[in-house]
Design a protein around this ligand. Structure first.
Ligand SMILES: Cc1cc2nc3c(=O)[nH]c(=O)nc-3n(C[C@H](O)[C@H](O)[C@H](O)COP(=O)(O)O)c2cc1C
Length: 315
């Protein structure tokens, strides 16, 4: 079970929340640019890659399109103590694809393979993996995964949509078996990703499709308990959600200090405030009125006081 790389979501603070409430088998960082890692602004990106000792095994995710930059970034990542390097070949964002990076690499398999090889040469002791989609405009999982397997990556994570589908169409879990079969006699692990909303569902998909692992992204919004088999989301109490709101805000400040604007955490806070009486009003206040941990504490305390005589329950 893997925690997905998600820019501005699975940051160091969110990862600490996940570790405390239900640690997955492996976590991935938000992606960072290999161009940036090879630039004078390198220190800023190295900051984005910071992690705590308790996060191992942790994999650094990078993107770019120049094999030389991957070759130069890889030893740096190795020196930072990461357990692996993952190459993003799935990002559909225009700013990334228009440079030939991210999902655009699906259209240039020769370059994609050069990048994997260069990364491995730069950090021979680290496993190198790829996270990608199953096609650019249409599904080409057979052809694309065959190309990737030629380079013997440690793992291929398949976000089971095409680039064109963005996040709109349902993930094509019915297609992942093609990759599982292609990788059957290799050492490459196949990890499936897309639309998984519970740990139970993840295990069921692994059983049904034969994937070696399942990666979870948006499912962890407001649910750092996701990976704990003993804590299905339906059983998380309102009190636990309220505590998590304050805990996450405190962790955000501990992880980033003033380096990250506090508003970046609001999307997380709002995600906890869901599914119980009064949660909508609480959500609105958390999104509109929070600029510090004190604001968060005050709003949560107000909610507790207000609901003391009429305790919140699940709607
Ligand atoms: C806000 C956001 C940021 C993301 N950032 C990254 C990223 O940095 N690297 C990456 O490979 N995928 C990124 N993704 C894609 C996710 O890792 C994942 O593949 C996708 O959300 C589908 O999985 P899910 O349905 O479990 O969320 C991002 C997705 C979202 C919604």
């Amino acid at each position: 079970m893997a925690l997905a790389p998600m820019l501005d979501v699975t940051d160091a603070a969110m990862r600490q929340m996940v570790i405390r409430h239900g640690k997955p088998d492996v976590m991935f960082t938000e992606f960072v640019s290999t161009d940036g890692l090879c630039s004078p602004g390198q220190h800023k990106l190295v900051g984005d890659l910071s992690y705590e000792d308790n996060e191992h095994p942790i994999v650094a995710q990078v993107y770019g399109k120049n094999p030389d930059k991957f070759y130069l970034s890889a030893p740096l990542i190795q020196k930072l103590g990461f357990d692996g390097i993952d190459i993003n070949m799935g990002c559909p964002v225009k700013n990334v694809t228009k440079t030939g990076s991210g999902a655009a690499l699906i259209k240039t398999p020769h370059l994609a393979k050069e990048i994997i090889t260069a990364t491995r040469e730069g950090a021979p002791d680290l496993p190198v993996s790829v996270k990608t989609r199953i096609g650019y405009n249409s599904i080409v999982i057979d052809e694309w995964v065959s190309h990737l397997l030629e380079t013997e990556p440690a793992a291929i994570t398949l976000h089971l949509r095409t680039c064109k589908e963005m996040s709109d169409a349902p993930a094509h879990w019915d297609k992942v078996g093609v990759a599982v079969d292609l990788a059957a006699d290799t050492d490459t692990l196949i990890i499936g990703n897309g639309d998984v909303t519970s740990l139970e569902q993840a295990h069921q998909l692994a059983t049904d499709t034969g994937v070696d692992g399942v990666m979870i992204g948006r499912g962890i919004y407001g649910n750092p308990w996701f990976f704990d088999p003993a804590r299905p989301y339906e059983e998380i109490t309102v009190e636990e959600k309220l505590d998590a709101i304050v805990e996450h805000a405190e962790q955000f400040v501990e992880s980033f200090g003033a380096a990250k604007n506090f508003v970046a955490i609001r999307k997380h806070l709002r995600a906890y405030a869901s599914g119980f009486r009064g949660s909508k009003e609480l959500r609105i206040r958390l999104v509109e009125e929070t600029n510090s941990v004190d604001d968060v504490r005050r709003i949560v305390e107000d909610f507790r006081v207000k609901t003391r005589t009429d305790p919140p329950c699940f709607d």
